[in-house]
Design a protein. Sequence first.
Length: 451
Amino acid sequence: MKIIIVGNGKVGFAIAQTLSQEGHDITIVDGSATALRRSEGTLDVMCLEGNGASISVLIDAGVRQADLVIAVTSHDETNLVCCLIAKKLGARHTVARVRNTDYRRDAEMLKREIGLDMVINPDLAAAREIAHILSFPAAFIAEPFARGLISMIGVQLTEEDVICGKPLKEQRQRQAEVLFCAAERNGEYLIPNGEYVPTSGDNLYMVGSNKELQKMLRYMGRTWNKVKNVSVLGGSRTAMYLAWELQHTGCRVRIVEKDPERSRILSAEIPQAVIILGDGSDNALLQQEGILDADAFVAVTNRDEDNLLMAMHAQRNGVPKVLAKMTRPNYMELVASTGIDSIISPKDIVANQITRYCRALGNAEGSKVESLYKMLGGHVEALSFTATASAREMLSIPLKDLKLRREVLLAAIVRRGEIIIPGGLTTIEEGDQVVVVSRSIGLDDLTDILA
């Protein structure tokens, strides 16, 4: 597909990097020649310097032939105008980044009135991922599938985990209806089979219903204490969205913010949260307000350095669950060595959303991708599809009789609300929601899993 990306900041670059790897024809438009030089030198893309909301610039970028225009500048209104003009000039589909919390209830109206096909909000997406992880405090990632009926979680194994040291095929008694779907060991990535031996230090991913995942974690010896008190460092948009997400779960939220005006806005917008005016790096303040006595500590300031340092501080002080927002990829290796539980990257979350959308656009007739999550450095993907009549060659046939591609695993099926962990006699039926885990081979359609 021909795709134009307007805005070459962190989010724009991440989207361009992901989509160029998928083989799309990418043109990036940005007003900064410096930002464009980085993309031109490292990515397989075309670059055009100029104002992405300008009609002449969009025409020069090839908007009349564009399958998709993605506007991700730092200004919401510029993104909206850009998409409106692009649609008028002939772009088939448009996506706008809209971050301002004032627009949070207007997404559907914006799509309808302006002709937007998709609205992306990195801050809201990050907040939802944080909230989901907090529902599985023993895991370092938690990703929902099939409208939340299924989750995929990742845990780092320790010597105390009872599943360690024995091949999966010898662990005959299934303790819970879950499936181990991916693993990382010493930088190597694999889709587990019966020969796989869980080992201390492995990052192991599993799929199942929330109830069954909880059962498996208890069997492994992981404590399952519900998160009731959450301390948040930084009154950013992500913090505000997170407080709104957590208010439905009964969590008590405290937010530390040093800017008086921002604190006033937070108090007005989220009256159910406790807003503490002060410097979150002041240890005396943290002790006085009991910030580090919480069940979870979430660092979501707009500075990666502050998030990293304070997350490490919270971890050293014994906070059971610690999460930090990171936007700079060059910090990721450093973060990995700290042992911080969970790292949230808004730009990567949005890149996953856009990749899913693009794959669905490229498959108008088949069983298209409905959700997508890249893990293990992008080497492994978890995707969900709804089986349609177009997949007739694999419907109603036992899985043992289907010839699947190597390193592809059917992880779960949802059929009329029932969650099925598939075995050899399981069949896929029309209307099923199917979760697939594979090495990153660019699956666009459910039938792509066939050899």
